[in-house]
Write a protein that binds this ligand. Structure first.
Ligand SMILES: Cc1cc2nc3c(=O)[nH]c(=O)nc-3n(C[C@H](O)[C@H](O)[C@H](O)COP(=O)(O)OP(=O)(O)OC[C@H]3O[C@@H](n4cnc5c(N)ncnc54)[C@H](O)[C@@H]3O)c2cc1C
Length: 414
């Protein structure tokens, strides 16, 4: 079949790979000059199955109220006259009940575990290199209440196959000795040895090159304007140049922009941009630099070593489609880095970046067929798009091909 994939972020690129592997003729449309240049560009680099707990959970609402109006807070809700934002916010609150949180954790865990296996198999098959480290992920806590909250979450994850193990503060320091220099004492942590880290942008571009070598056609610098529907089918993709492209199947993987393209067709997908920041710093000295990827849960920050760079990423700001850098939030990231890893990086200015996570209220992505029979969605991967990309791509390719999928697709049905 001829398949058009819209978007060459990490999600569209992995979908293109598994679709070409399944024998389809694939064309990818991307507005940027290369793959992976928007939200997949400078993320936290974690393959973190252990991070399956969504932002929407029973513990978060009091925090959000406390954080409103604080420019440097980890999660910032900006009041905007935007109906989509408020509708999304109400659905987010609905996902904060204990039963919804549990269901969302399980759905994310199942896809993320499958995805980690797919990524490892792909790496072996293609010999991909992307500054990856297989050293696990260590969640650390400097606040006892946050640590106590993490203990049952870790138990739930173990129940569903993610070996996230609770550790004492001393055990955390043995796992990642560079934390001995932290200016605040740790109260404890959890460690997931099977999780990984690496540069998502390099991965995406390497995989896009392998796709192209296998015959996938890339149309970079090409902007999609609209999808045309006739009856219960998509009949073509209109580009801003006026050209209309046709195929047998269409896959929308436009990240945060997916709901905008689908709205004129009557779809109202609750995907909203959750802006996040990252800072990339040069490492000073191997002896004081982390090699295990670290998550500072209380501050919603992750620290990943990418070769001789330290990537610090996280925080969330709900402020529409806006990628401007806010200096207060940038500074908060650097301040926290100086607390946890005071000697790890050089004094060279950090490279700051902001990207728009395509967030669904419960952080469960949409992967599957829509009510238009040849239209598929692979979007809404939120905080874990790199972690769930390979598994989503494989699931999508199975659904497009009519094969029995390796994971139950029900929770991800658009
Ligand atoms: C600060 C931060 C830290 C993060 N850390 C992690 C992490 O550690 N681990 C993890 O798993 N996830 C992490 N994420 C989330 C992850 O980066 C995203 O979920 C993921 O990149 C989304 O990929 P995507 O392909 O869906 O979207 P994108 O990468 O945004 O891809 C969508 C593509 O569609 C293209 N496009 C959009 N509209 C059009 C159009 N009209 N025409 C043509 N092309 C178009 C865009 O140019 C873009 O390339 C983080 C995100 C942020 C912001």
């Amino acid at each position: 079949m001829r398949v058009i994939v819209l978007g060459a972020g990490v999600v569209g690129t992995t979908a293109a790979w598994y679709l070409t592997e399944a024998g389809h003729e694939v064309t990818v449309i991307e507005r940027q000059p290369h793959a992976g240049l928007e939200t997949s560009f400078a993320n936290g680099g974690q393959i973190s199955v252990c991070h399956a707990e969504p932002w929407a959970n029973p513990g978060v609402l009091p925090h959000i109220l406390k954080w409103i109006g604080h420019e440097s807070s980890p999660l910032l809700w900006r009041m905007r006259p935007d109906l989509a934002q408020w509708a999304w916010g109400l659905r987010f609150i609905r996902e904060c009940t204990p039963s919804r949180t549990r269901a969302n954790i399980i759905a994310v865990l199942k896809l993320a575990l499958h995805s980690r296996d797919c990524l490892q198999a792909l790496r072996r098959q293609l010999g991909l290199e992307y500054d990856h480290l297989e050293r696990g992920i260590l969640h650390v806590y400097t606040d006892r209440r946050e640590f106590e909250h993490a203990i049952p979450q870790a138990a739930l994850m173990r129940e569903y196959g993610c070996e996230r193990v609770v550790k004492t503060a001393e055990a955390c320091l043995q796992i990642e000795p560079s934390l001995r220099h932290s200016r605040l004492p740790l109260v404890g942590g959890t460690y997931t040895a099977e999780d990984e880290s690496g540069d998502a942008c390099i991965f995406t571009q390497e995989l896009a090159a392998r796709c192209a070598a296998r015959g996938v056609i890339y149309r970079y610098g090409t902007v999609v304007e609209a999808l045309h529907a006739e009856g219960d089918q998509i009949s073509g993709v209109r580009l801003t140049s006026g050209e209309v492209l046709t195929a047998d199947r269409y896959v929308v993987a436009l990240g945060s922009y997916t709901p905008l393209l689908l709205k004129p067709l009557g779809f109202s997908l609750p995907i909203y941009p959750g802006k996040g920041y990252s800072a990339t710093l040069k490492l000073r000295d191997d002896a004081v630099a982390p090699t295990v990827s670290v998550t500072d849960d209380g501050h919603k920050l992750v620290f990943s070593r990418l070769g001789q760079r330290l990537r610090i990423a996280g925080t969330a700001e709900f402020n529409g489609y806006n990628t401007e850098l806010n200096p207060v939030r940038c500074e908060a990231i650097i301040k926290r880095t100086q607390v946890l890893f005071p000697h790890a990086t050089t004094d060279e200015p950090p490279e700051f970046w902001a990207g728009l996570r395509p967030v669904t209220p419960g952080n469960v992505p949409y992967v599957g067929q829509t009510r238009l029979s040849n239209l598929f969605i692979d979007s809404g991967h939120g905080t874990l798009g790199w972690t769930m990309a390979c598994g989503s791509g494989q699931l999508l390719a199975d659904l497009v091909s009519g094969h029995a999928p390796a994971v139950d697709p029900t929770p991800y049905q658009p």
